[in-house]
Design a protein around this ligand. Structure first.
Ligand SMILES: Nc1ncnc2c1ncn2[C@@H]1O[C@H](COP(=O)(O)OP(=O)(O)OP(=O)(O)O)[C@@H](O)[C@H]1O
Ligand SMILES: [Mg+2]
Length: 253
């Protein structure tokens, strides 16, 4: 079976000469929940933009066995949904309903199914009853939840999210972790929040200065204090690996 994502020797320079990605090689299997971690400016968002062909560098990217290129991009967008870092870029319709219905409409689902999906997805992200609200009149956390709903309503095989936990209060963050944990789809989530990564993901890809430093089991990488520290990160405080949410980071004196 083909991998969910396969990246071979991918590099990307921004127009100002910044080498944002350099010789990226990685494979993500179907069904994995992957945290893409790294300090600010590491290249996380750039790598997610490349996976969605919002930018084009050198090398090859395969999504669900299809090479990412202009011919295949429409087929690929049907199997892969992307929640971008800034929710304002994701929400462009007059109402929350329209935004969340936009993807299912493009999948040409019937009207009843679209309405069912919108209502169900809004309930799952905690925005029940907000269908008629204008997205630009939502709070930051509500905008984040609405942006996530626009992708979940499409039920794509592969879900990519850039810092989806930003602006969420603890209850909303817990709801999101519970929701995403229950999905069988492949998840690729860029985050600087190591607790979020530890509680949700089984696999970690650590990037820094545009390169993949290490990839492997989340528990092993996230509990390596020296590695985390070297790359400006920290060992998570709460983790599903630690019984009863006890800290896996030693408590400060
Ligand atoms: N539009 C752009 N033009 C030029 N350079 C950019 C652009 N966007 C990002 N960069 C640079 O590319 C590098 C990678 O940035 P990127 O946004 O991918 O990092 P990141 O890991 O997502 O960081 P953060 O955690 O802050 O979101 C950084 O050095 C950044 O300054
Ligand atoms: Mg980013």
């Amino acid at each position: 079976m083909s991998a969910a994502i396969d990246i071979k020797q991918y590099s990307y320079h921004y127009a100002n000469g910044v080498e944002a990605l350099c010789d990226i090689d990685l494979t993500i299997k179907h069904g994995q929940k992957v945290a893409l971690i790294g300090p600010n400016g590491a290249g996380k968002s750039t790598l997610l933009l490349a996976m969605n062909m919002f930018i084009e560098g050198s090398g090859q990217i395969f999504v669900d066995g299809l090479e990412l290129n202009r011919c295949n991009i429409h087929s690929i967008r049907k199997v892969m949904g992307f929640v971008v870092q800034d929710p304002e870029e994701q929400l462009f319709m007059p109402t929350v309903f329209d935004d969340v219905a936009f993807g299912p409409l493009n999948l040409e689902l019937d009207q009843e199914e679209i309405i069912r999906r919108v209502k169900d997805t809004l309930k799952r992200v905690g925005l029940e009853g907000m269908e008629d609200r204008a997205p630009y009149h939502l709070s930051a956390g509500q905008k984040r939840a609405a942006a996530i709903a626009t992708v979940l309503s499409m039920k794509p095989k592969i879900i990519i999210m850039d810092e989806p936990d930003t602006s969420l209060d603890p209850r909303s963050r817990n709801r999101l972790i519970e929701l995403l944990s229950g999905l069988s789809q492949t998840l690729i989530i860029a985050t600087c929040n190591m607790d979020f990564a530890a509680r949700l993901c089984d696999h970690v890809i650590l990037v820094d200065q545009g390169r993949v430093v290490v990839q492997g089991a989340a528990e092993k990488i996230l509990s390596d204090g020296e590695l985390m520290d070297k790359h400006g990160l920290e060992v998570p405080f709460r983790s599903r690996y630690s019984a009863g949410n006890r800290p896996i980071r030693p408590s400060l004196p």
